[in-house]
Structure formats: structure tokens, C-alpha cells
Design a protein around this ligand. Sequence first.
Ligand code: CP
Ligand code: NVA
Length: 298
Amino acid sequence: MRPKHFLNFDNFSKEDLSKIINRAIEIKSKSESSEIFDKKTLGLIFQKPSTRTRVSFEVAMNKLGGNTIFLSSSDLQMSRGESITDTAKVLSSMVDAVVIRNDSHEELTLFSENSSVPVINGLTNLFHPCQILADLMTFKEKNQDQTLKKVCWIGDGNNVCNSYIEAASIFDFEISIFCPKGCEPYQPLLNDAKDFITLASSKNEALENAQIVTTDVWTSMNNESSSKERRKTFKNFFIEEKDMSLAVDHAIFLHCLPAHRGEEISFTMLEHAQSMVWDQAENRLHVQQSLLEFLLAD
Ligand code: CP
Ligand code: NVA
């Protein structure tokens, strides 16, 4: 039987994703850990830096009784030209699941096609689905009785934004995106999910009626060479305290972190009364523990 991979949301149903999120809320409320993955190993291949994704997966696996092996680019023979296909075949014969963070969604997909165990996207150039699971969990935790109808995204139409778009088409909410021309999300998604996306012509339009107000860095990892130019392009695409008054009354502010205070957010935005960024970051742990249970439990 082919393993179930978590590369993006497109082969997951609303029921599957809701199950993962609800279980995560339960894990968090009961501080649950167990030994269900005793002697199981999670491999982590990270070709880019990470604080939250790496630590949350390592701690989650530990809470489930398993262990982890962390491999940076230079640890693997891939850095000397061994193919992705060969690496996937060998590693998946030894570990029980693999999390990959890289700069090529295509290579992640190739790895998964040659892996006999579940592969999880820990962020690629195109998607960051684990982050959006945590975001949706954070919204649900705060608003048990509310249906999510609108998300406001200000800034770069990047990997995190793309995963929001996929979630919008599954959970049936609107994502209103205010981004500079030329920095729109992944074009195929703009076509596939057009009924769920608004490309807003002003910040106010994007904020109006939003229940989640969110953003991300102007310059994603490995694009640092263009950061000077991007500072100019994005100078009007930031979130500050007063913007929250244009969203619904109890809207929450989220940021996947790391944040650049003074760029995509004002200096004190993370500390705003409606900011839930610290819960959001902590929820990476609970939701990924739930995801591992979902993908690995027999
Ligand atoms: N949000 C997020 O994925 O953070 P890290 O880059 O620290 O993993
Ligand atoms: N868009 C950012 C997200 C970091 C979690 C990046 O890819 O660097």
C-alpha cells in the first residue's frame, strides 16, 4: 500500500483536516503524550534553517515515544550528487516518516514518489501546509462557535499564502490578498481557487470583515539577495495596530514567524491584544503531534 504523504492540502479532505485539528486541540487541553510510536523514527531533512518546525516535530515525536534523526544538507550524500530517488529509497527503508524542508516542491514530490513511508512538507518554495494547520487550530481554539469566512493576507503571495489558498478552497472561506503587483501567489492556484480569492486593491478592502489578519516576511529564505529591492516594493504592505479596527471585532492577528518588526509589521504588533502569535507558534507542536498520529498510526 502506498503511504499517505502530506505535501500540501490537495489530497486531504475537509473531514481529514478537521480531524487533525480537533485532535490537536484535545492533545493540547489534556497535555497528552503516549508511547504509541515506541521504536519509530522520524527523519528530518532540512536544507534551510528552522526554529519552530524542527523543534515542534522533534518534541512531538518524543512525546509519542519515538525518536528523530536530524539531517542538514551537508550531512547527506545528496550534497555530493547522490540522487533524490536513491536517497528516498534508502532512507525510507530505515525510518518511519520523513519531514523535508527544501527549496523545491518538485524535489519534495519526487522524494515522496520514491519513499515507502509518509513524507511531510516542512516548507518548500511553494507551500507550508503544517503552518496553516496551526493557524486554523488557533482560530478554532479561540472561536469554537464561529465559522471562518474571511482571512486577510497582506504582503508577499508566498508559500504560506499559497497554503492558505488551498485551505480556503477546502474549508470554503475567502482569502483577500493585498500584495504588490508581481508578487501574487502561485499562478495555477489563482486559477484553480479563483472562487475563494480576492486580489484586493487596498489594504482596507482586504481587512474589511476579516476574522484572521495575517502576513509574513517580505523576503523569504534564500531570496535574501533581493531584500533591498523588496523593502522598496513592499513598503506599503505591512500591518500595524490600527489596522485591526477595520477587521471584525474579535479578529485575531497571526504571523507564522520569524517576524521582522518594522517591516511587514509595526514594532509592537506581536504584542497587540488581538495577537495570538505565541499560541499559534505553540500550536505547531500540538497539531504536528496530531498529524504524526494521523499519518503513522496503524
Ligand atoms: N513558521 C515556521 O515555519 O518557522 P520556522 O522557520 O522557525 O520553522
Ligand atoms: N515565507 C517564509 C516562511 C518562513 C516560515 C519563508 O519561506 O522563508
